[in-house]
Design a protein around this ligand. Structure first.
Ligand SMILES: [Cu+2]
Length: 682
C-alpha cells in the first residue's frame, strides 16, 4: 500500500498543485524567470515546445541533437555509447520523429543505424529548437507522425554595422571538453555568419566504475554570407562541414567517419502584395560519407563505407486571405541516393543501392473564429518514387520502382478559455501517412518468408514492394496555463496506427544472414499517453519544477505490448536564482518496465527485456558576473548510481577490446562533473 502511494505521489502532487495554482494565481501577467540550467523543458504553446540551445542543460548532453532533446518530457534516447543516441518520442523511434536542420532533412547513412540524423546536428550553433507534438503540422519535409523537431538558425540582420558573438567552453569528467563559437556580423546591406564547434570525450565509466567503450570526437564549421537589398529582401548562401568518430559499446564496429557536407541557397521576400505576406525558398545539398570500422579495435582493414546524398528544394508562401484568414502553402522536393561498399566481400567502390524521390504539396490554413479562438487545418500530399538499384544477386526487386501517393492532414481548435484566465486549450485530430524509410524498405527484409538459408545478405527477400505505408490516426489535446507564480502544461494523445511498421528481429523466422537482417512487418498498433509540466514560484527567487511523461501501447496483431515504449518518468527540480547566483537540484525518477516485446522495435533497436526503476539525483549552480557572461556547473548522477535506460542497446557484445565488461544494456555514465562558461558579445 505504501509503495503504491509513493509511486502515485508525483502525479497527485502535480495535480494538486495545478488546481491550487489555477485558483490562487490566475490573472497576473508577470511570468516566472527562465531556468539558468534547464532540467525539464516547459511547453511554450499547447502544441509546441521552444528551446534555447545556447542555455546549459542537465544532465550534460553529448554535443549532438538527440541528447539535447532528453530534457523535453516525452523524449528518451537510446544509448549506444557516448554520442549518437537515437531520439524516441512517446515510444516512436526512427523516422517517426522528423529531424530538420534549417528545414532540411539530414538522413543518416548507416545500414546498421550508427548515425541517426541528430548525429550530424550540433545544437549550440543553432538559435532555436522547436518541437511540434503529434501530426499537428504539414509544413515540413519528412512529415513526422510522432513529432517534428526543427533546429533553426535565426539570421540576424543589422541596420548599422554591428556584430553578435556567442562563445562557450566546457570541461567535464572523462576528459570531456567542448568549444563552440557562433559569430554574426553585418551592416544594412550585408551579413555574414561563422559557426564552429569541437567536442571530445574519453571513455566514460558507469556507476560501477566499469569503463564503457564510448570515446568520441566531433567538429563542425559553417559559414553563410548574404545580402539585404532592402528591409523586405534577404538572400543567403551557406556551406558547412562536420566530421568525427565515435566508439560504440553495443556492436562490433565503431563509427570512424561521419562526414557531412552541406551547401544551400536561401531567400526571403516579405510584403510582396496585400495577399502575399512572405515567400521563403531554398535549395540545398547534403552529403553524408560514413565509415564504420574496427580501426579503434586494432583492425583497420575491416571496414565499410556508406554514402547518402540528398538534394532538396522548398518554397513556402504566407498568404493573407482575409482579415481573419491566413494560409501557408508550399512545395517540397527531394532526391536521396544511398550507396555503399563491402570490402569484406571484395567490393571497395561505392555502389548505389537506392534512390528515393519525393515531391510534396502542402497547405495550412488558420481561421480566427472569435478573439482567442481559432481553427487550424492542413493537408499534405507526398508523391514518392523509390528505385531499387541493387543487383539481382542482392535483391529480388532489383531494378524495380515503387511509386506511392501518401496523404496526411489535421485539424485543431485552439481556444483561450474564458472560464480560466491565462489558459489556452486545444483539441486536434490528425492523420499521418508515413512512407517507409530507407532502412525499412532497403536494409530490412520482407515479412512472411522463412530464413533465406544463411546467405550473406537479404538476397531474395526485399521489402521494397511489400511493406505498406504506416497510417497514424491521432487525437491530441492540451491545456497550458501561465500566471505570475504558476505555470502548467498538459498534453494528452490517443492514436490508432494502421500498418505500423514493426521491425521484428525475434528469432530466425524474422532474421536472416550474417547481419541478422530483421524484418519490416506491418501490424496494427495503438498508443496513448500524456506529458505534464508544472512550475511553481515559491518565492521571488525560489521555484519548483515538475514533469511527468507517460505512454502505453499495444501491438494488436501479435497480441503483445508495443515495443520501445519508455516507462513512466517524473522529474522534480528545485531552483534558486537571484539573477547573480543560482542553485538547482534535480531528482529524475523512472519506473520499472514489465510490459515488453523482446526482439521487436524500430530501425533504431528492439526491446531487450524488462528493466528496473531508478532515481538519479543531480545538482547544478550558476554565476552571472554580468549580463553577458554565465558560468554554470553541475554534478550529474551525484550518487554514482549504476543504471541503464529501458530503451537502450545491448551492452558490450563480442568483439570489443579486452578489459570491457559485458552488460545487459549500455550503462549510463556514472558521476559526471562539468563546468561551462558562456559569453555573449554584441
Ligand atoms: Cu555505420
Amino acid at each position: 500500500m505504501k509503495k503504491n502511494y509513493l509511486s502515485l505521489k508525483p502525479i497527485a502532487l502535480a495535480v494538486a498543485m495545478m488546481s491550487a495554482g489555477t485558483c490562487a494565481y490566475a490573472n497576473q501577467n508577470q511570468t516566472i524567470l527562465e531556468d539558468v540550467v534547464v532540467t525539464a523543458a516547459q511547453m511554450t504553446t499547447p502544441t509546441t515546445i521552444e528551446l534555447d540551445p545556447k542555455v546549459p542543460r542537465q544532465p550534460l548532453p553529448a554535443h549532438d541533437g538527440a541528447d539535447f532533446l532528453k530534457t523535453v518530457p516525452g523524449f528518451s534516447v537510446m544509448r549506444k555509447a557516448g554520442a549518437d543516441g537515437e531520439p524516441n518520442f512517446r515510444g516512436m523511434g526512427g523516422s517517426r520523429v522528423n529531424i530538420l536542420a534549417d528545414d532540411q532533412n539530414i538522413f543518416g547513412g548507416c545500414g546498421q543505424r550508427m548515425d541517426a540524423p541528430t548525429a550530424y546536428i550540433f545544437p549550440e550553433i543553432y538559435d532555436k529548437v522547436t518541437v511540434i507534438k503529434g501530426p499537428q503540422t504539414v509544413l515540413y519535409p519528412g512529415h513526422g507522425s510522432a513529432a517534428t523537431v526543427r533546429f533553426e538558425k535565426e539570421q540576424k540582420t543589422y541596420d548599422k554595422p554591428g556584430y553578435d558573438v556567442h562563445a562557450s567552453g566546457l570541461v567535464g569528467s572523462f576528459g570531456r571538453h567542448d568549444e563552440v563559437v557562433d559569430a554574426n556580423l553585418g551592416n544594412k546591406d550585408f551579413f555574414a555568419t561563422f559557426t564552429g564547434s569541437n567536442s571530445k570525450s574519453d571513455n566514460y565509466k558507469d556507476g560501477n566504475g566499469n569503463e564503457v567503450h564510448s570515446k568520441y570526437h566531433r567538429y563542425s564549421a559553417s559559414s553563410s554570407v548574404g545580402v539585404t537589398p532592402d528591409n523586405n529582401k534577404r538572400f543567403e548562401l551557406s556551406a558547412g562541414r562536420s566530421d568525427g568518430y565515435a566508439a560504440y559499446a553495443d556492436r562490433m564496429m565503431d563509427g570512424t567517419k561521419f562526414l557531412r557536407e552541406n551547401v544551400a541557397a536561401k531567400g526571403q521576400i516579405k510584403n510582396v502584395s496585400g495577399l502575399i505576406e512572405k515567400v521563403d525558398f531554398q535549395v540545398s545539398r547534403n552529403t553524408i560519407f560514413h565509415t564504420m570500422s574496427m580501426a579503434m579495435r586494432g583492425n583497420p582493414s575491416s571496414y565499410m563505407d556508406v554514402t547518402h546524398d540528398t538534394d532538396a528544394a522548398r518554397v513556402i508562401t504566407d498568404l493573407n486571405l482575409r482579415a481573419t484568414t491566413k494560409a501557408k502553402v508550399g512545395m517540397d522536393y527531394s532526391q536521396s541516393t544511398h550507396g555503399g561498399n563491402m570490402p569484406a566481400h571484395g567490393y571497395t567502390d561505392i555502389r548505389e543501392d537506392s534512390v528515393f524521390k519525393n515531391t510534396a504539396l502542402f497547405a495550412e490554413i488558420t481561421e480566427e473564429l472569435t478573439k482567442g479562438k481559432k481553427i487550424i487545418a492542413g493537408y499534405r500530399g507526398d508523391y514518392w518514387n523509390i528505385k531499387d538499384k541493387r543487383s539481382a544477386m542482392s535483391s529480388d526487386t532489383a531494378g524495380q520502382t515503387r511509386t506511392e501517393l501518401t496523404n496526411s492532414g489535421f485539424a485543431r481548435i485552439e481556444n483561450q478559455l474564458s472560464s480560466l484566465h491565462n489558459t489556452n486549450s486545444f483539441i486536434g485530430i490528425g492523420r499521418s501517412e508515413r512512407m517507409p524509410d530507407y532502412w525499412e524498405l532497403i536494409t530490412n527484409r520482407r515479412d512472411g518468408e522463412g530464413q533465406s538459408g544463411g546467405s550473406n545478405y537479404t538476397n531474395d527477400n526485399s521489402s521494397l514492394i511489400s511493406t505498406k505505408t504506416e497510417k497514424t490516426y491521432q487525437l491530441d489535446a492540451g491545456l497550458i496555463h501561465k500566471s505570475s507564480k504558476f505555470e502548467a502544461g498538459v498534453s494528452l494523445f490517443y492514436n490508432q496506427i494502421k500498418d505500423f511498421i514493426l521491425v521484428d528481429a525475434r528469432n530466425e523466422t524474422y532474421t536472416s544472414g550474417q547481419y541478422f537482417t530483421p524484418t519490416s512487418r506491418n501490424v496494427d498498433a495503438q498508443t496513448h499517453g500524456a506529458e505534464l509540466t508544472t512550475t511553481y514560484a515559491l518565492t521571488s527567487v525560489l521555484k519548483f519544477n515538475s514533469s511527468i511523461a507517460y505512454v502505453k501501447g499495444k501491438n494488436k496483431t501479435d497480441g503483445l505490448p508495443l515495443a520501445q515504449l519508455s516507462p513512466l518518468e517524473g522529474r522534480l527540480a528545485l531552483a534558486y536564482d537571484d539573477k547573480k547566483y543560482s542553485y538547482g537540484a534535480l531528482l529524475r525518477l523512472v519506473a520499472s518496465k514489465d510490459e515488453v516485446a523482446i526482439g521487436q522495435g524500430n530501425i533504431s533497436g528492439q526491446d531487450i527485456g524488462k528493466s528496473g526503476g531508478f532515481g538519479i539525483f543531480s545538482l547544478n549552480g550558476g554565476y552571472k558576473p554580468n549580463k553577458k557572461t554565465l558560468i554554470a556547473a553541475g554534478i550529474d548522477n551525484l550518487f554514482d548510481k549504476s543504471y541503464a535506460e529501458f530503451i537502450s542497446r545491448t551492452g558490450n557484445p563480442m568483439g570489443l577490446p579486452l578489459g570491457y565488461v559485458r552488460t545487459t544494456r549500455v550503462n549510463e555514465p556514472g558521476r559526471t562533473a562539468w563546468l561551462k562558461a558562456t559569453i555573449a558579445l554584441d
